[in-house]
Design a binder for this molecule. Structure first.
Ligand code: G6P
Length: 387
C-alpha cells in the first residue's frame, strides 16, 4: 500500500498532487492543434461521434442529437453534482443551451417531465451510483438521449448510456473525490466547447482561445502546487480546531464553495456550508461571528466581483477569520482578509479548476492535523450502490 501511495501519507494527497497529470490524460487526444495552422485548435470527442448500436437508425450522431436537444439535464450525486453545477454555467454560456442540474436521487423519485428531445448527462466517478443509474433508466423510458461522463471503464453507467466520455483520471482510492472532480470539469468543458462549435455559438477565435487556455491549465496548476501546499498548511494550522466553517462564492464559483464545504465535512468532520455570496444575507449571516472561518472565492472576472468584495468586508467587520481566494497579483484584499491565496489566471469558466485545489488542500491538512481517517472517513462509501 505504501508503494501505491507513491510516498504520500494518504491516497487523497497523492490524488490531489496527481491532478495535473490526470487532467492531461483527460485532455489527451481530445484537444489538439492541427500541425499546419498556428493558433488553431480542434476538439475531437470520439465517444460522442458514433452512435452505439441500436441507438439511432438514421445515422444521427449523439453529438448532433445533443446539439439539437431542447435542454440538457445533468443528473449526479455528491461531488459529481457539483461538477454538474459548474457544467450548467459552462454549457449555458459556451454552448447556448438550456441546462438543468438534478440530484439523481430527487429526480428519480419525482415524475419529471422528460421529452424525447431532452438529453440526460449522467456524471459519476464510479459509474455505479444506484440513483444515477435509475435516473438514466427513467430518461431512456422517455426516449431521451443519455450521455455518461464516467471514470471507471466498463462500469454500469458507461454501459447503460447511449454515448459518453471517460475521464481517464486513473483509479481514485480516497473516498473523498479530488482528481475525478477536476477531470469531470475538464471533460464537461471540452463537451461544452465542442457543442458550442456544433451549435455555431462560438466563433473560431473564441473557441481557439478557450482551447489554448484549457490546455495550459495542468501546467499552471503543476507550477503552483508546491508554493500552494506550504501556504495552505499555514492556514490549516489556524483552522484545525474550528467547529463550523462557511464557504462562499458567486456564479460559477458557488459550486466551488459547495465542493469546498463538502470536502471539509467529509474528511475533517467540521460542520461546513457553502453559500452563494449574496444569499448568505438571507440566513447564513447569523453563523458569522468571532473566529468562524469564512472562505471566499472572489475572482476579478466574477460578474459580481464588487459585491463579493463588499461581502468580504462585512465578514471581516463581524470578526470572522477570513480567507480569500483571488487572482494572481490582486491586492484588493491585503488589508481585509486574514489570509489571501492567489490562483493562476485563466478564463472565468476554467477558473473552478484552479480554485478547487486550495480548498482540497485546506481540507486535507486540517483533517490530517485533527488525526482523521482521511482515505476512509467514517460512515462514507466510495460509491453508493444501494438504494
Ligand atoms: C459517494 C462518494 C462521493 C461521490 C458520490 C457520487 O458519496 O463518497 O465522493 O461524489 O458518492 O459518486 P459517483 O461515483 O457517482 O461520482
Amino acid at each position: 500500500e505504501q508503494i501505491e501511495k507513491g510516498g504520500y501519507k494518504h491516497f487523497m494527497l497523492k490524488e490531489i498532487m496527481d491532478q495535473p497529470n490526470a487532467m492531461r490524460n483527460a485532455l489527451r487526444g481530445r484537444i489538439y492543434q492541427p500541425a499546419d495552422v498556428p493558433d488553431k485548435w480542434e476538439i475531437k470527442l470520439g465517444g460522442l461521434e458514433k452512435a452505439k448500436e441500436g441507438l439511432s437508425a438514421d445515422g444521427i450522431s449523439p453529438l448532433e442529437r445533443m446539439a439539437n436537444a431542447s435542454r440538457l439535464i445533468f443528473a449526479a450525486c455528491g461531488t459529481s453534482w457539483h461538477s454538474s453545477l459548474i457544467a450548467k454555467y459552462a454549457f449555458e454560456k459556451l454552448a447556448g443551451v438550456a441546462a438543468e442540474v438534478e440530484y439523481a436521487s430527487e429526480f428519480r423519485y419525482r415524475k419529471p417531465l422528460i421529452c424525447r428531445s431532452d438529453c440526460l448527462i449522467a456524471i459519476s466517478q464510479s459509474g455505479e451510483t444506484a440513483d444515477t443509474l435509475e435516473a438514466i433508466k427513467m430518461a431512456k423510458q422517455h426516449q431521451a438521449l443519455t450521455i455518461g461522463v464516467v471514470n471507471v471503464v466498463g462500469s454500469s453507467i458507461a454501459r447503460e448510456t447511449d454515448a459518453g466520455m471517460y475521464l481517464h483520471a486513473g483509479p481514485e482510492i480516497g473516498v473523498a473525490s479530488t482528481k475525478a472532480f477536476t477531470c469531470q470539469v475538464v471533460a464537461l468543458l471540452l463537451m461544452a466547447l465542442r457543442l458550442g462549435k456544433q451549435r455555431g455559438v462560438l466563433s473560431e477565435t473564441t473557441l481557439n482561445s478557450y482551447c489554448a487556455a484549457l490546455n495550459s491549465v495542468p501546467d499552471s496548476i503543476e507550477k503552483w502546487l508546491a508554493a500552494l501546499t506550504d501556504q495552505t498548511r499555514i492556514v490549516s494550522k489556524y483552522f484545525r480546531l474550528a467547529t463550523n466553517a462557511i464557504f462562499s462564492g458567486m456564479g460559477i464559483h458557488f459550486p466551488v464553495a459547495l465542493e469546498g464545504a463538502l470536502k471539509l465535512k467529509e474528511i475533517s468532520y467540521i460542520h461546513a456550508e457553502g453559500f452563494p455570496a449574496s444569499e448568505i444575507r438571507h440566513g447564513g449571516i447569523t453563523l458569522i461571528r468571532n473566529f468562524v472561518p469564512v472562505i471566499c472565492v472572489a475572482m476579478r472576472s466574477d460578474p459580481a466581483y464588487e459585491d463579493m468584495k463588499q461581502m468580504v468586508q462585512d465578514f471581516r467587520a463581524k470578526d470572522a477569520a477570513v480567507v480569500v481566494l483571488t487572482d494572481d497579483g490582486n491586492t484588493d484584499f491585503s488589508n481585509i482578509a486574514h489570509f489571501t491565496l492567489h490562483c493562476p489566471d485563466t478564463k472565468l469558466e476554467l477558473q473552478p479548476l484552479m480554485c478547487c485545489i486550495p480548498l482540497q488542500l485546506l481540507s486535507y491538512y486540517i483533517a490530517d492535523m485533527r488525526g482523521c481517517s482521511i482515505d476512509q472517513p467514517r460512515n462514507l462509501a466510495k460509491s453508493v450502490t444501494v438504494e
